[in-house]
Design a protein around this ligand. Structure first.
Ligand SMILES: O=C(O)c1cc(=O)[nH]c(=O)n1[C@@H]1O[C@H](COP(=O)(O)O)[C@@H](O)[C@H]1O
Length: 274
């Protein structure tokens, strides 16, 4: 069986949670209190993890927020990764894929070098561009299927000549490419009506569902329609809606309390599916 999938499914059932916390950590948005520290983003991430680890089963690091800061950002990403609870799933949100030999290097970077458990990839260069990722049969590969943003209408929702939409074609290909349960798809929480239909068409895939919180997707619908028949195999990602609580904070503890309240509320709202 697939190690990454097993690890997160176990956590989902024991914590009764699908919560994935998105560490989209922006120096311009993190509270003032962290700015006097030597490594503000790293300390911010550590505080968010301490405040959420009781509720979260996964953490997603969006590469843009680290790569945009060059070497310093990558060092923060590496230390954050080393500090994540070992029982939680680590996801690199990098949306990669290229010609085969280049994809192989991307796979080595995220899985062998950095040591992530899971990675997001884009499907549009086709099978040979994703094969190097699917070769990692102990990891989880999340292929963009129907994304949360308005631009999903430009290509993903377009009808092909065969009568299916492009995202449905992606879905059926991914089911053929998976090895040892390592395939996942990304479906936006803002697309909850299609989510139900996608889960029916793909009972065995693992779903990553971002778009709750700042993008307005429904947590309850995402949870109810996203999980498989065992109430597993789905993660609901919330980034800004957890890591940037309103208000100003005069101590790290008060910031952690505010983050913890947000995580607990989201955790509580998904209890009906367990
Ligand atoms: O692949 C993703 O994670 C992703 C896919 C998608 O369709 N929509 C989407 O918002 N995301 C990511 O999920 C996170 C959402 O952030 P918030 O809107 O702040 O919760 C960001 O890191 C996005 O890049």
């Amino acid at each position: 069986m697939n190690a990454a999938r097993n690890k997160v499914n176990e956590q989902i059932l024991s914590k009764k949670s699908l919560l994935c916390v998105g560490l989209d950590s922006d120096p311009d948005k993190i509270p003032e209190i962290f700015h006097s520290m030597q490594k503000p983003v790293l300390e911010f991430n550590r505080a968010v993890v301490r405040a959420t680890r009781e509720h979260a089963v996964a953490y997603k690091l969006n590469m843009a927020f680290y790569e945009s800061r060059g070497i310093e950002g990558l060092l923060d990403m590496q230390s954050t990764l080393e500090n994540l609870p070992s029982e939680s799933l680590s996801i690199a949100d990098a949306k990669r894929a290229d010609i085969g030999n280049t994809s192989r290097k991307y796979a080595e970077a995220f899985f062998d070098h950095w040591g992530f458990d899971a990675l997001t990839v884009a499907p549009y260069m086709g099978e040979d561009s994703l094969e190097p990722f699917f070769d990692y049969d102990q990891k989880l590969i999340f292929v963009l299927c129907l994304t949360s943003n308005p631009g999903s209408a430009d290509f993903e929702e377009q009808q092909l000549q065969s009568g299916t939409s492009l995202y449905q074609a992606v879905l059926s290909k991914v089911q053929r490419w998976e090895r040892n349960g390592n395939a996942g798809i990304v479906v936006g929480a803002t697309k909850s009506s299609q989510l139900r239909e996608i889960r029916k068409a793909a009972p065995g895939l693992f779903f990553l569902i971002p778009g709750v919180g700042a993008q307005g997707g429904s947590l309850q619908e995402s949870a109810a329609f996203g999980v498989d028949e065992n109430s597993q195999a789905a993660l609901i990602n919330v980034s800004r809606g957890i890591i940037y609580p309103e208000g100003s904070f005069d101590s790290i503890e008060s910031f952690e309390d505010a983050v913890s309240v947000k995580a607990a509320r989201l955790h509580n709202e998904m209890q009906s599916i367990f």
